[in-house]
Design a protein around this ligand. Structure first.
Ligand SMILES: NC(=O)C1=CN([C@@H]2O[C@H](COP(=O)(O)OP(=O)(O)OC[C@H]3O[C@@H](n4cnc5c(N)ncnc54)[C@H](OP(=O)(O)O)[C@@H]3O)[C@@H](O)[C@H]2O)C=CC1
Ligand SMILES: CC(=O)[C@@H](O)[C@H](O)COP(=O)(O)O
Ligand SMILES: [Mn+2]
Length: 379
């Protein structure tokens, strides 16, 4: 039996992970954590019987504690609760399915407790990859990518020598606005931005796909996961999201991983790595598909990718500034307090105003996040 903890169990990745637990009798859940969704977490507790349940929001946790008082489950709250879920003694793998930088501390705690990580929470690696990757090596812990592009690259690298890799080619759908002009973007709405062409995901990452910030975060995520330079990471738009990413080797050969857009495959690959298991669902029908197309990313209009290459190459605390400014800007956009294009403005202003800290400690990463929030709020 494999025991797992899920940080972010009520979200898109979290609920799909639980579908896989339902389908695989040798998987069991020891801890479930979420933000404030009392109703869904209660249902999950009753179905999956974790030892620990966490709601970050303290009032919601109090309500949950009352609702599940008939069960043998400990309910925690706050950041320390997330850490409890991450270090639950019987679990061997933690699925980091929470959204945002809140994932950093539980991920670090899980590594220090020698738990393998199935990592969906890209914001953690973007901001603290320089701390997390050496720590994982020190504790002998595997960081198994869940993000579809990184899982694709990880699958392509199986059986290969890392020294023979020329470049990683990350595919992007281009999002709902890939053909829009700058002028047209002035009029797009929240509803338009939430219509991803291929994937059904949480709201924050869906907006990130529309701005191309998601692809930018993925470039920085790949730099840490696979230990390559930014010059070795390329992005190509593949609008059908059939090719999930590729690796080009020194001899010019390219390996690609293809599949229907279904996150259960990369999640399951991380849960059972190196084993591949049967996964029900639609299969690719190449003749019906007819063609798969490619385009240059529209970086002059959708600026998220250029921001990320700049932030990544600058290094130090700059990727944290990019990420934190984006988290704040997307939250404001989701509340319909700013327009789509203002997301870019807030990120650019924060990056321009920041004095880079080289090789930031965890405290400095979190202080930088706070600085960004205050910078944006004071505008
Ligand atoms: N969805 C996808 O297909 C993909 C997602 N990812 C990445 O995976 C991560 C999760 O994305 P996704 O599942 O779409 O996001 P969702 O918004 O669907 O879910 C987010 C989860 O995080 C929880 N959460 C939010 N804030 C807190 C908090 N302060 N403390 C504890 N839990 C919290 C939410 O709980 P509650 O419901 O209570 O608010 C929910 O369980 C992101 O980093 C994303 O970039 C990567 C590739 C694909
Ligand atoms: C499913 C997944 O991994 C997402 O990160 C997806 O890649 C978003 O799509 P685009 O950012 O390519 O639009
Ligand atoms: Mn992705």
């Amino acid at each position: 039996m494999k025991f797992i903890s899920i940080i972010g169990s009520t979200g898109s990745i979290g609920t799909q992970t639980l579908e896989l637990v339902r389908a695989n009798e040798d998987l069991a859940v020891t801890a479930l954590a979420a933000g404030s969704n009392v109703t869904l977490l209660e249902q999950q507790i009753r179905e999956f019987h974790p030892r620990i349940a966490v709601l970050y929001d303290r009032q919601s946790a109090d309500e949950l504690r009352l609702r599940v008082s008939d069960l043998d489950v400990k309910v925690f709250s706050g950041p320390e609760g997330l850490v409890e879920a991450a270090v639950e003694p019987s679990c061997s793998l933690v699925v980091t399915a929470v959204v945002g930088m809140i994932g950093i501390r539980p991920t670090i705690a899980a590594i220090q407790a020698k738990k393998d990580i199935a990592l969906a929470n890209k914001e953690t690696l973007v901001t603290a990859g320089h701390l997390i990757m050496p720590m994982a090596e020190q504790y002998g812990v595997s960081i198994l990518p869940v993000d579809s592009e990184h899982s694709a690259i990880f699958q392509c690298l199986q059986g290969e020598d890392a020294k023979e890799v020329d470049s990683l080619i990350i595919t992007a759908s281009g999002g709902p606005f890939r053909k829009k002009t700058q002028k047209e973007l002035t009029a797009v709405t929240l509803e338009d931005a939430l219509k991803h062409p291929n994937w059904s995901m949480g709201k924050k990452i869906t907006i990130d796909s529309a701005t191309l910030v998601n692809k930018g975060l993925e470039v920085i995520e790949a730099r840490w996961l696979f230990g390559v330079d930014f010059e070795q990471i390329k992005v190509v738009v593949q609008p059908q999201s059939i090719i999930h990413s590729m690796v080009q080797f020194k001899d010019g050969g390219v390996k690609a991983q293809l599949g229907t857009p279904d996150m259960k495959l990369p999640i399951q690959y991380a849960l059972f790595y190196p084993e591949r298991r049967f996964l029900p669902g639609e299969r690719l029908d190449f003749a019906a598909l007819g063609s798969i197309s490619f385009e240059e990313p529209p970086t002059d209009v959708l600026k998220g990718l250029s921001f990320a290459y700049d932030a990544g190459r600058t290094g130090g605390s700059m990727p944290t500034v990019l990420n934190a400014a984006n988290e704040k800007a997307v939250a404001l956009f989701l509340q319909e307090e700013i327009s789509f294009l203002e997301i870019y403005q807030l990120i650019e202003d924060a990056m321009n105003a920041h004095h880079v800290i080289e090789n930031p400690s965890l405290e400095e990463v979190l202080e930088t996040e706070q600085w960004v929030y205050e910078f944006i709020e004071s505008r």
